[in-house]
Design a protein around this ligand. Structure first.
Ligand code: HEM
Length: 295
């Protein structure tokens, strides 16, 4: 016995029409939902980008007025980072009576460091303060506390007791080691560190870095920071190292959300320090003849 279609033939057709209609509506609804989801995602990405631009560090490249230090009265250190801050009045222009809080706050914001790294760097100066709670920048020149031989911008203290001013000829020498002429790579910094240590050891009878692993490590630490913050840019570094000034429109190159961290600084420091070889094969421009000359 044949079962009769409960809807009959016409009912089946009606059902099929309804089905086609609901399927089409369903398709459009889903397509519309998909468009809504894509629009929301796009909106979210644009919103994130706008917020991200707002959080970009660097003060938009605008720094307080630079003024060269007055040699007779202003206090300056062997550190280009701190001297530049004083020369721009971010730290006191006279470089005196600087508290740790002030120092940590200034380096954190100017160089876009995580507060933890800013505090760690500042803590290195505790050894010099003798219970006062503040230091003058000049205090940082004490040999083998933080200051050490084989710097990139100052001759060793045995040749140059005043460690507060950079020597542009040494800066030029360092920067001339950028293998592509424009940016110093980590390899260039490693190479120059080996070269500088070897030549200082050779020419300075009072050279003090050989067994001073702490100073070797802190020297590489300074150079690692410099590399992260300036991206090795030779033009910017020339101004910062030789004049202790921020280039016009300059902003730190490091763009971490909450600033450059101790971990990042440590890992780059280790990469530099562990690759330094004072007996390395010299590049052609650093012939044996050059190496016998005074640094
Ligand atoms: C409060 C924190 C800091 C203190 C107490 C400090 C102290 C010093 C001292 C004493 C030196 C001399 C080392 C030497 O004899 O070569 C030095 C060098 C240096 N510092 Fe700082 N520093 C601080 C923060 C920074 C920061 C944030 C940077 C990175 C922007 C930096 C970059 C450098 C560089 C590149 C050198 C090596 C200069 C050269 O080789 O001639 N310092 N610092």
């Amino acid at each position: 016995m044949t079962q009769s279609n409960p809807h009959g033939f016409e009912g089946g057709l009606e059902f099929k029409c309804l089905q086609t209609f609901t399927t089409t509506v369903g398709t459009f609804r889903r397509f519309f939902n998909l468009l809504k989801a894509i629009a929301a995602l796009l909106f979210f990405a644009i919103w994130l980008t706008i917020r991200d631009i707002y959080y970009v560090p660097g003060h938009g490249g605008v720094w307080p007025q630079f003024q060269a230090p007055i040699q007779a009265t202003d206090s300056r250190s062997p550190c280009p980072a701190l001297n530049a801050l004083a020369n721009h009045d971010i730290l006191p222009r006279n470089g005196k009576h600087i508290s740790y809080k002030q120092m940590s706050h200034a380096i954190q914001h100017a160089y876009h460091l995580a507060p933890s790294l800013a505090d760690q760097l500042t803590a290195s100066a505790y050894q010099l303060e003798q219970g006062r709670g503040w230091i003058d920048l000049q205090d940082l020149s004490a040999l083998n506390v933080i200051q050490h031989d084989a710097s990139f911008t100052r001759p060793d203290i045995a040749f140059c007791p005043d460690q507060s001013v950079p020597h542009p000829d040494l800066v030029d020498k360092f920067l001339s080691h950028a293998s592509n002429g424009k940016f110093l790579s980590l390899n260039d910094i490693v190479y120059f560190s080996g070269l500088r240590r070897a030549e200082c050891k050779r020419s300075n009878g009072q050279y003090s870095m050989t067994w001073s692993f702490l100073h070797q490590f802190s020297g590489s630490g300074n150079n690692a920071l410099m590399h992260s913050i300036f991206g090795g840019d030779v033009d910017d570094l020339r101004i910062w190292l030789a004049e202790e000034r921020f280039p016009d429109q300059w902003e730190p190159r490091n763009r971490e959300a909450k600033g450059h961290t101790i971990m990042q600084a440590m890992s780059k420091t280790l990469i530099i320090e562990l690759n330094i070889n004072e007996k390395q094969k010299l590049r052609s421009e650093n012939t044996a003849l050059n190496q016998t000359r005074e640094p």
